[in-house]
Design a protein around this ligand. Sequence first.
Ligand code: PLP
Ligand code: TYF
Length: 394
Amino acid sequence: MLHLLAPQTADGILKLKEQLAGDSRAHKIDLGVGVYKDEGGATPIMRSIKAAEQRLWQAEDTKTYTSLPGDPAYLDAMRRLILGSDVAESRVAAIATPGGTGAVRQGFELLQMARPGARVFVTDSTWTNHLSILAHLGIEAVPFRYYDPATHAVDTDGMLADLAQLEAGDAVLLHGCCHNPTGADPDPEGWRALIEVMNARGAVPVIDLAYQGFGDGIDADAAATRAIADGCAQVLIAASCSKNFGIYRERTGILMAIMQDAGLRAQAQGALTHLNRQSYSFPPDHGARLVTMVLDDPALRADWQAELEGMRARMMSLRTDLAQALAEASGSDRFAYLTHHRGMFSRIGASPGQVDRLRDEHAIYMVGDGRINIAGLNARDIPALTRAMLDVGL
Ligand code: PLP
Ligand code: TYF
């Protein structure tokens, strides 16, 4: 009966990798898949991770199972990294998950366990995996206005008008920082209004935090998440260590459920642990252990922070340099939005036809919705990208 399986559409972002591999033009520029790259185009292992790995190889004397929710030291270190000291430990239930994707998946499953038929409101647009996981689980995704292509910024009024449709028991999926795919995050006032509308309607925030440290810094990037955790009675947070620790393939993430009191925390912890058991029993441990070692050792942590800050600064200066090159070549300031966006991504407003032309005529690859990965750039490619963007009419 397996022949009954319906064909599935491939991940459009990951498909770019194959297209790019088949392109023999030496000057091709990869602004596709969201992976951090250095000036030489490499995605290196961070120094602190390499050092932790070396120590772990020497010190680790067993690979017996951890516990179903994951190593408690990892869950604790991540809670402190994400929430700081703003949120009482007694409110936080957590499980380790295979990557941020695993956390997102488990979070949606938890919503469905709590309330079959719950809807998830999503930013228009959002990471395509959000939509495909929701569809796979049979959960209704309700898009709300978020990004205004005219201003390249968040359409706060439109967002709040659409969220007035929220009903009690709905969930709202937000990107904690560095919105994927647009690069536009709400301003502090927008975040405050979001908290207000979610509380007024009885909706549960679900925060996807995949780029902490890539926007304005480790604590600044967690500020909205902390404000929501502080201001709302129940919150889900799905976080990834793939980008900020550079451990993509280790599959390291966490799902936290913040509840109003310790009793409800225990109930949520039971449900989360149950979910891990139903899915894969014990979550992957290697990446989680490296993250814990880095966060808990002052010297490793300082080095990690310094290296992460260097990555963040590189992305910010690429933004500034590209915006400046475009301003000079176009004689206009219509590209200033690049410096207002945060994280790896910006949506540059290219139509599907313009995306095709950029690829076919200029060997520049980006996602079909006009999303570029800023970290895929380097100083040498900025003139070519500038010429190409203006050539196709952006
Ligand atoms: N959420 C968003 C918005 C992302 O862009 C990513 C990308 O990598 C993830 C979650 C999860 O990543 P991973 O499963 O590799 O940790
Ligand atoms: O959006 C991106 O490019 C990253 C990487 O199925 C990614 O989040 C892309 C697709 C995917 C998993 C990760």
